[in-house]
Design a protein around this ligand. Sequence first.
Ligand SMILES: Nc1ncnc2c1ncn2[C@@H]1O[C@H](COP(=O)(O)OP(=O)(O)OP(=O)(O)O)[C@@H](O)[C@H]1O
Ligand SMILES: [Mg+2]
Length: 377
Amino acid sequence: MPFRAIEDPSKLRRVLEATLLIESNLELPEVLRHVVEEAQSLTGARYGALGVLDEEKQALSDFITVGLTEEQEGGIGPLPTGRGVLGLLIADPKPLRITEIGNHPDSYGFPPNHPPMTSFLGVPIKVRDEVYGNLYLADKVGWSEFTHDDEALVGALSLAAGIAIENARLHDRVRRSAVYEDRDRMARDLHDTVIQRLFALGLTLQGMAARSPTATADQLGGAVAEIDLVIAQVRSTIYELGMGDASRGIRDDVTGLTRELRPVVGCEIDVMFAGPLDSSINEQVREHLLATIREALTNVGKHAHAAHASVSVAADESCCRLTVTDDGVGITRAPAASGGLGLANLRRRAEKLHGTFAAEGVPGGGTQLTWTVPLGS
Ligand SMILES: Nc1ncnc2c1ncn2[C@@H]1O[C@H](COP(=O)(O)OP(=O)(O)OP(=O)(O)O)[C@@H](O)[C@H]1O
Ligand SMILES: [Mg+2]
């Protein structure tokens, strides 16, 4: 995706925050409204809108606007169906910047009572090849047209919107699915996984904001690749959960996971194994174990400021014990007070398997998580 350097890191932070909203408990329309409000405010546009495409991808099924008064909105009449300049973006989903909408050859003109609009920026909401809708902005206040920076920022926001829409549709599919018996568990896994992958994306964007403006383009590219991974992960969580991958052993899974999380954790991670893991750990425990390691290591990256972390998985016929240790700042406040969900989820995962969980400071500094579940009963 052709991103250019963004001059103002605070703008990237706001894009990051909008992206992180996807993992919140907000309903999809609220997330999308937030995205379009941010796009409007970051670009200094008088008007903003977000159109969601219907399943056939031919017309808009939903249209969220900002900047119009209620009276203006009421006066315009029915929602646009996606013809004219808006239709152009549907037919050919590429960013579009126009200085004067009315002069564009595809313009149909505005309906009666529509406020006049001049400059225009439209960006498709697209995740990989799937187009979900479009983000539109009109009238850059004090400027004759929208800039390259505007296009890049709105491009990043549209990715956030795309993930939010895809995520909501996947959740819907999970809810409707009759294939899986334990839908709550599925949804929780999906949520946990999405959260942590998005967090990795957040870190990428954050790092990008902190660096020199000229380096931004490549880093944004990396963030986009990360978003792709998020989607792949969500898909495989849904379609493969419960089926597992018998060809890979626990050691491969854990090593692969720590390698993947290395950039998020930001320090060296030792991995240790003991005992007959593959013969003792069944599919259900494996799944919870991997999710627990993911959360524990993400926490090290987020909170610990550690120089070193270690993951140890040990099993015998009767129990599996996971220990994740770091030499960082230690848990300084009661986890419950942090508003975070991660540790509570780990406890629930352990309890579901009739096991135990503890997160405690280590004498001399650092944190140790111990997650133990019985096996073989
Ligand atoms: N390895 C660690 N080192 C230092 N503090 C930690 C560590 N792990 C957790 N904490 C502290 O415990 C709190 C609770 O962690 P928890 O994972 O539940 O929430 P979170 O990471 O803040 O948010 P979430 O997991 O929902 O994204 C954190 O906010 C942090 O203050
Ligand atoms: Mg956490």
